[in-house]
Design a protein around this ligand. Structure first.
Ligand code: GLC
Length: 478
């Protein structure tokens, strides 16, 4: 049986800040159904829910070299839904509130990368493939090459690095090269880890991993272009033969409107009348004007401009003037929070601003809103639009990355499609597309067809996990 170890900084249900956590929580489950022994290794943060922390059993205590220091590392283990998770513990690095964004993140994740490699012989799991995700795990392939290849236990271990977002690169002052990684200056060049005079975790991963993947085919193409490549496009072009896009899926057993206990009324594509009850209840609970006829626009996102809030803020009033309602869920930049709070104060029965995180409300929005607005400026894959479609909430997106790949534009002639797509990143275009969507919304028959097509499209992990499996197979037999 193939053995694969995922390394990542977050995973559902333990802890998550974004889509990365969802993927690490769901893809391994699906892969293990396909006869792969997949396990996951991640940091043991203080903020992991106590119900899981309490169940973790420390199995080993080891010493991990970080530069000239020796750090204590404990390894604990927990099985969840058939997948084994290992947790890397260290008081200084991870026993604090929060996940990332600290001034010493370079040290924390340098420790993590090193600890993963040191842990392998102890946990008695020698993976054929180390499948590393995002910059936090980026230095693993570099360290493997530099410090472990001579050791027979490690020889032959292959590496894959998955880019979930090329914009987060983990770039730090060059001194960390020796201080945190025990690497010499021979690594400080563009073929190594040097990036604009700094040490870049991402760059190291892109240079040293056997294969690079990213989370949609379209994003894999986009990042080869200078305007989308975050200054890594040249390197990515040179590695083009070893770069592939595999679209993310979502956990279909977790996100299922026919079984979801967090929504008001369960439904499927054949019982859309019941979907409407979710809409009315959503309006009622949030204090909005209760009406079937008014299209409800849902927004579930981090409130940052790359998620399209720069466009939305320019035309918010005009969108409301189209006789719509807006339900927002998310936190982020203060300016955007205030924008929605002010709008909610001004139009209490038309706008609901929920400046928070809530899995429950997110599901209720997917199940009850009519249009799901997600005009991200760039989006490697995007998962919320997939959740929305699964619950019959029609996505309205900008034609970029995974959004372009997963939402099929509504065809006014044939009535086919699964959503609305605009292709110039401009507020006017966004507004125009919302207007078109609200017009289609008035045609109940056309809209119901749209809902059914969206609900029927398959964004489970089934197909994508086969692609990963094929890639693993190819790499192992190389
Ligand atoms: C990041 C990307 C998002 C992707 C997710 C999981 O959050 O921004 O597009 O879906 O990672 O891969």
């Amino acid at each position: 049986m193939m053995k694969v170890l995922f390394t990542a900084a977050e995973a559902v249900p333990f802890i998550k800040t974004g889509g990365l956590g969802d993927v690490i929580g769901s893809l391994p489950k699906e892969l293990s159904r396909n006869d792969i022994d997949v396990r996951v290794i991640m940091p043991r943060y203080r903020d992991i829910a106590p119900e899981y922390l309490d169940k973790m059993v420390v199995t080993h205590r080891i010493i991990v070299p970080v530069g000239w220091r020796q750090q204590v590392c404990d390894i604990s283990c927990l099985e969840y839904e058939g997948v084994t998770f290992y947790f890397i513990g260290n008081e200084y690095c991870f026993d604090r509130p929060g996940l990332y964004g600290f001034p010493d993140d370079s040290e924390r994740f340098a420790f993590f990368c090193r600890a993963v490699l040191e842990a392998l012989p102890h946990i008695e799991f020698r993976p054929d493939i180390l499948h590393c995700h995002d910059w936090h795990s980026g230095m693993i392939s570099v360290l493997l090459e530099a410090h472990y290849r001579e050791n027979p236990f490690y020889s032959g271990i292959k590496t894959i690095f998955t880019i979930h977002n090329l914009a987060y690169q983990g770039n730090f002052p060059k001194e960390i090269l020796g201080d945190l990684f025990n690497l010499g200056w021979e690594f400080f060049n563009p073929e190594g880890v040097e990036f604009s005079g700094q040490v870049s975790f991402m760059k190291g991963a892109l240079n040293f991993s056997d294969y690079i993947t990213t989370v949609s085919g379209n994003y894999a193409e986009e990042i080869l272009q200078p305007d989308r490549g975050q200054n890594m496009d040249g390197l990515l072009r040179s590695r083009r033969k070893h770069l592939i896009g595999i679209r993310n899926g979502i956990d279909y057993s977790e996100y299922n409107p026919a079984k979801d206990s967090l929504i008001y009324t369960r439904f499927d594509a054949r019982s859309l009348r019941r979907r409407r009850e979710n809409k009315l209840k959503l309006q009622e609970t949030l204090g909005l004007w209760i009406s079937e006829d008014i299209p409800v626009i849902g927004l579930v996102a981090r409130l940052v401009h790359s998620k399209g809030f720069d466009l939305i803020s320019q035309v918010l009033e005009e969108i409301l003037a189209l006789n719509t309602q807006i339900v927002l869920l998310g936190q982020g930049e203060e300016g955007y929070q205030k924008l929605f709070e002010d709008a909610a104060a001004k139009y209490p029965d038309r706008v609901s601003a929920n400046i928070t995180f809530s899995n429950e409300l997110a599901r209720q929005i997917y199940a009850g809103a009519d249009i799901f607005l997600m005009p991200s400026q760039y989006e490697p894959c995007g998962l919320s639009q997939l959740n929305a479609m699964r619950y019959g909430c029609i996505p309205l997106v900008f034609a970029t990355g995974g959004l372009k790949e997963t939402v099929e534009p509504f065809n006014y002639q044939t009535g086919e499609g699964t959503g609305f797509v605009f292709s110039e990143y401009e507020a006017e275009q966004l507004l125009f597309t919302v207007k078109m969507a609200t017009e289609v919304y008035r045609n109940k028959k056309a809209w119901n067809k749209l809902i059914r097509s969206a609900m029927k499209s398959d964004f489970s992990w089934r197909q994508s996990s086969q692609q990963y499996k094929a890639l693993y197979g190819e790499l192992i037999n190389k």
